[in-house]
Design a protein. Structure first.
Length: 409
């Protein structure tokens, strides 16, 4: 899974700034069936994370949560000169998800969120260095400094750094935290994530699949509209693979009717694998990640039913972890109810969704690209149109790419 999160992981709209022509040539707009302009996150001005899928974006799930937590003025629109307080955000776990989230947030100047604290066991030295220098995203062009033993700054904005492995000891009440981005991958059930609430936070967003039926799951483009302020204080943003899979599965089910299917995600290696052969509860993941194709389990396909309940029991899948550091690809094969369809019919349904309700979430690519070309794609899934197949009259194969870090919503 992405770090996702991406969210991933989260989905943060791009600015309107166009990249220099040299960068634009790297991802020509003719790659895509619809116009996908090259854009730049202001938080990544170096081009270290270029996104080629710039769209008018639907609000992210973080926007949905934020809009329901932010105090509203009495009138329908803000009063000129009125200051609306931003929601105070804590990032718990400053790894791949946490740092990707902070970069995304920094690049979005109109964000309703204000990141004021991160919990990182490595302290300010590790937090500042790994935020500034990233092997996947490149050097962060923001000015990152160590202010003191408990504070770093990003372009002059102070961010407190705490170090505790016990959420109950975190200063969420003292700091008035509204939302905790739970990015450790550890506190993914009610009792674990609930410790943030006990420590004083109002809401927790788990950037991983949640354990337990009591925690609702939301995927942007699929069911984030179902979220209401009183649903739960703890919610899950699912996994990077579910965020890739669910949007186009929704299209397939609405247009063709899914009977059953299987999925394989060819997934870049992640931090829970071993660099060299070493002990692991999963004996396959115990083997050297950079030297092997590692079959392993994934709950991504089954998790689709958490956001599309009508598909419960209809999908399953596996993961093949491969020796690449980022970008993954889903291969879905389903039997459908509608007969006599063609690959062109299937792709047409995806193009329609990508230009309509799933704009900024789903894209369609018509050029034969490889994984490196999808690095820093900020859509949840990109359909590889040339690989869509129909066998017989009711079996459909769809392949979709996703950046399992930056693309995680």
């Amino acid at each position: 899974m992405a770090s996702h999160a991406a969210l991933a992981s989260s989905r943060i709209p791009t600015t309107n700034t166009r990249l220099p022509s040299k960068a634009s040539h790297s991802f020509p707009t003719q790659f895509f069936a619809k116009r996908l302009e090259v854009a730049e996150f202001s938080g990544l001005r170096s081009g270290g994370c270029v996104t080629f899928a710039k769209n008018a974006r639907e609000p992210s799930f973080f926007d949905v949560v934020a809009s329901q937590l932010t105090p509203k003025a009495g009138g329908p629109a803000p009063v000129k000169g009125e200051t609306v307080a931003k929601l105070k955000v804590a990032i718990n776990g400053f790894g791949r998800i946490g740092r990707n989230f902070l970069r995304c947030w920094h690049g979005r100047k109109d964000s309703p969120l204000d990141v004021i604290v991160v919990n990182d066991s490595g302290g300010v030295k590790n937090a500042s260095h790994l935020l500034k220098y990233d092997s996947m995203l490149g050097t962060f062009k923001a000015e990152v400094k160590i202010v003191d033993n408990e504070t770093i700054s990003v372009d002059g904005k102070p961010i407190k750094v705490v170090s505790s492995r016990d959420p109950l000891k975190l200063p969420w009440a003292e700091l008035g935290i509204d939302i905790v981005i739970e990015g450790t991958g550890v506190f993914v059930d009610g009792p674990g994530a609930g410790k943030h609430i006990q420590a004083g936070a109002k809401k927790v967003i788990i950037t991983a699949p949640a354990k337990g039926a009591d925690i609702p799951t939301y995927v942007v483009g699929v069911n984030e509209g179902d979220y209401t302020h009183d649903v739960s204080n703890i919610v899950s943003n699912a996994s990077c693979t579910t965020n890739c899979l669910a949007p186009f599965v929704k299209v397939l089910d609405e247009e063709l009717g899914i009977v059953k299917g299987t999925m394989t995600t060819t997934h870049s290696y992640t931090g829970d694998q071993r660099l060299l052969d070493a002990s692991h509860r999963d004996l396959r993941r115990a083997r050297a990640a950079a030297l092997n194709i590692v079959p392993t389990s994934t709950g991504a396909a089954k998790a689709v039913s958490l956001v599309l309940p009508q598909l419960k029991g209809k999908l399953n899948g596996i993961a093949l972890r491969v020796p690449t550091p980022n970008v993954s690809v889903v291969d879905l094969v389903v039997n459908v109810e509608k007969k006599g369809i063609t690959a062109e019919d299937v792709n047409a349904a995806f193009r329609k969704a990508a230009d309509g309700p799933l704009k900024g979430i789903l894209a369609v690519c018509d050029v034969p690209l490889v994984s490196a070309d999808f690095k820093c794609s900020d859509v949840s899934s990109t359909i590889d149109a040339s690989l869509t197949m129909v066998m017989g009259d009711d079996m459909v194969k769809v392949v979709a790419w996703y950046d399992n870090e930056w693309g995680y919503r």
